[in-house]
Design a protein around this ligand. Structure first.
Ligand SMILES: C[S@@+](CC[C@H](N)C(=O)[O-])C[C@H]1O[C@@H](n2cnc3c(N)ncnc32)[C@H](O)[C@@H]1O
Length: 329
């Protein structure tokens, strides 16, 4: 049995299969008995080890399509006694992965105190809780306040990452967000709507240095986005894309130029669940117009910690071999 620990970090190398872990956990946890029942379990299918931590699993469900749930997320769902999922953003088909005897709640109609009561009550009763968020829980997931409450109550938890909608959108648009010499920075942000953003995070300031922008929760403020980016010096011709409900059956992808963004969004009637991507890397013609943009990593004239260039020295990528050897993956 692992030693009681003051926080949720893994503290043990005890290896037991998930079922044994579940049994151990349910005996460890009683009211006001918040020791983390941590264990590492062996995965007979993939031959890897994974950690089973805590009694509440925050799971990133991905952008929509149920097969974009991670294997770990799938397992936690299947193990859960209580599932609370963001039913306004997470496809209800994930319920197929939940045990028939599990208690399932949609969180869209619940306020935070009700969600916390459910989670904390179940965890104290030694039950496993899966709290399912859209995309990755660390982005606009209202995670902080839930973690505050669990830590205050001494309830152990883990966070299972998910595929964020930003990466699903890039995939759907067939775009690399970081094309060499075009953009090497991705800014994930939003503009203020009913939620404020901290001073110093104004879009015009963030965008002043260029890069690729991914704007969450901003589709209703498209005119403001244009205004801010113009103030940052972005050209009206800058490529933009809007990904609506990406990976859902009714997914829509719009492409255009910055100046057209408000009209595009209006014409499509988009008011929610859409991500705006902006920057030269989104140019659908980029591969035609700049096919030579490529990274050093796989360049035949570039040496790094795992590979030495076989090209004659004069033909090697400029600067590549005078650099400190580095691993770039
Ligand atoms: C509350 S945030 C959650 C973001 C989520 N944690 C993520 O990593 O994708 C909701 C916003 O994420 C974006 N979003 C989430 N799912 C999406 C999807 N399937 N397609 C497009 N945008 C999506 C939209 O900007 C939406 O307004």
């Amino acid at each position: 049995m692992p030693e009681p620990t003051p926080d949720h970090r893994p503290q043990t190398t005890d290896r037991r299969p998930p079922t044994a872990d579940r049994e151990a956990r349910s005996t460890v946890h009683g009211p006001r008995s918040p020791q983390p029942a941590t264990a590492e379990a062996s995965d007979s299918v993939l031959g890897t080890r994974y950690s089973v931590l805590g009694t509440v699993s925050f799971i990133g469900a991905g952008p929509g399509a149920p097969d974009l749930l991670t294997i770990r997320g799938l397992r936690r769902l299947g193990e859960a006694d209580v599932v609370i999922y963001a039913d306004s953003l997470v496809d209800e088909r994930i319920r197929a992965f939940v045990r028939p005897d599990a208690e399932v709640h949609g969180s869209s109609a619940l306020a935070l105190p009700q969600i916390l009561d459910l989670m904390i009550g179940a965890a104290r009763a030694g039950r496993r809780v899966a709290r399912v968020h859209s995309g990755d829980p660390s982005l606009y997931g209202a995670l902080h306040e839930q973690l505050v409450a669990l830590e205050r109550e001494g309830i152990p938890y883990e966070i299972v990452p998910g595929v964020s909608s930003v990466f699903a959108a890039a995939a759907a648009l067939h775009a690399e967000l970081t094309v060499p010499d075009v953009a090497q920075t991705v800014i994930l942000t939003r503009v203020p709507t009913r939620t404020t953003v901290p001073d110093g995070e104004r879009l015009r300031d963030l965008a002043a240095g260029g890069g690729t922008l991914a704007l969450f929760l901003s589709v209703t403020a498209a005119a403001r986005v244009v205004e801010e980016l113009r103030a940052a010096g972005w050209a009206d011709e800058t490529p933009v894309a809007v990904a609506y409900r990406v990976t859902w059956p009714d997914e829509r992808l719009l492409r255009g130029r910055l100046a057209e963004l408000p009209a595009m969004v209006r014409a499509a009637g988009l008011t929610r669940q859409a991500l705006i991507l902006i920057g030269a890397a989104l140019d659908s013609e980029l591969r035609v117009r700049a096919p030579d943009r490529r990274s050093h990593l796989y360049h035949e004239g570039y040496s790094h910690g795992f590979r030495t260039s076989r090209l004659p020295r004069a033909a090697r990528r400029r600067g590549a071999n005078t650099r400190r050897r580095e691993t770039t993956e």
